[in-house]
Design a binder for this molecule. Structure first.
Ligand code: ATP
Length: 365
């Protein structure tokens, strides 16, 4: 299979444009997470690929073949939903076996596949239990096992961890990663599209993340690139917890722009100051004792976060910004500090879109 290609795909419901005109490719054998806030069109896009929703316009190609008019059952696609769909009177093993029967997998291959998915999804202890005896997290692992055992070319996941508690969620994510790394010899790598609004899940699982906003794919990149170099302020804000700090630029000398978190002004890209903002991630803001270079600041508030880290709210010139640091190096509210932002870790935006920074701009910082 040579991946899934969307050509000018669009879906409207009356005046609601759930998915605006989109051209996009999901490469063969890749894991792409569709990530974005509620209502941005993730599920609608996935349902069109599954054949559960008819596009208002555009074409969907599987392996170069136009499947736009094909019903779901013709598309060789497995789906895992928020609520696992299974036969409650059958055991775990029987549920997996039935999925293979329905997919007409040859008998000789069946046993190997069942054993492989039971092992990789860590279902050995409960293989002979009925579905009703399982908690929802384990049921979801059975649903994933059924989907991957079928050996379809494409698997679609629609927020499969939304309704399960944290421990079960981490277990499912671990099992998913094992499936990707270990089953390559038994089962051909499938093209996976995984819908989630949980950025940690997307960062952990995806080869690429397609970040959606208002019915469009705002950026598609590997998790590191999306995190470090978001194309838009939206990406900087949505990814990260909390997201990027944004500081407005102000005119300094002609053609130069100053930001409160930097000790020197920068050459403004194109000589234009209007609409310029600097973005920097809270974990890239270095805070030290007062008088240690950088720019002077003051701690307004300190919060401890999950994982024992401290989040400081800082006043720096006319701006406020957040810094994340290890709890061992804590400054108190009201304390004067020095604030450093390395030029390697700042991103410049104009009117919400990222600018490529010239070496001249970076050196000036
Ligand atoms: P969530 O994370 O909340 O599930 P989403 O990103 O998956 O959101 P969609 O469910 O695809 O978003 O919905 C996108 C937009 O299309 C929303 O405004 C939604 O209300 C609208 N929408 C989706 N399905 C229908 C429908 N069948 N009829 C009318 N409007 C719809």
């Amino acid at each position: 299979m040579s991946g899934i290609v969307l050509q000018g795909i669009r879906r409207s419901f009356g005046n609601t444009h759930a998915v605006k005109e989109t051209d996009f490719t999901f490469p063969d054998g890749s894991v792409t997470c569709l990530l974005g806030p509620s209502g941005c069109g993730k599920t609608t896009l996935m349902r069109m690929i599954a054949g559960l929703e008819r596009p208002s316009a555009g074409r969907i190609l599987f392996d170069g073949c136009d499947v736009t008019a094909w019903p779901a059952r013709r598309r060789d696609v497995a789906m895992v939903f928020q609520y696992p769909v299974m036969y409650r009177t059958l055991t775990v093993e029987q549920n997996i076996a039935l999925a293979l029967d329905n997919a007409r997998v040859p008998r000789t291959e069946r046993r190997t596949r069942i054993e492989a998915v039971i092992d990789v999804m860590q279902l050995g202890d409960c293989r002979r239990l009925g579905i009703d005896a399982l908690d929802i997290g384990t049921r979801q692992r059975v649903a994933v096992a059924r989907a991957i055992a079928r050996d379809c070319a494409v698997i679609l996941f629609d927020e499969p961890t939304t309704n399960i508690e944290m421990h079960a969620k981490l277990q499912l994510i671990r099992a998913f990663k094992q499936y990707r790394s270990r089953l390559r010899e038994t089962i051909t790598p499938q093209t996976v599209i995984y819908v989630t609004h949980d950025q940690t899940e997307a960062m952990t699982l995806a080869d690429r993340i397609a970040l959606m906003r208002d019915g469009a794919i705002a950026q598609c990149a590997d998790p590191r690139t999306l995190y470090d170099r978001p194309d838009s302020e939206f990406g900087g804000w949505f990814i990260g917890n909390p997201g990027m700090n944004f500081l407005a630029g102000r005119a300094d000398a002609p053609g130069r722009v100053a930001f409160d978190c930097l000790p020197v002004s920068l050459a403004a890209p194109g000589g234009e100051i209007d609409g310029l903002r600097l973005g920097v991630r809270p974990e890239r803001v270095i805070v030290g004792p007062a008088g240690c270079g950088g720019v002077p600041g003051r701690v307004l508030r300190r919060t401890l976060t999950v994982g024992g880290q401290a989040l400081l709210l800082l006043e720096v010139g006319q701006s406020t910004m957040r810094a994340r640091m290890s709890a061992g190096t804590i400054f108190d509210p009201g304390e004067a500090v020095s604030v450093h932002c390395s030029p390697d870790h700042i991103v410049l935006f104009r009117n919400g879109s990222r600018l490529s920074m010239s070496s001249e701009t970076i050196e000036a910082a």
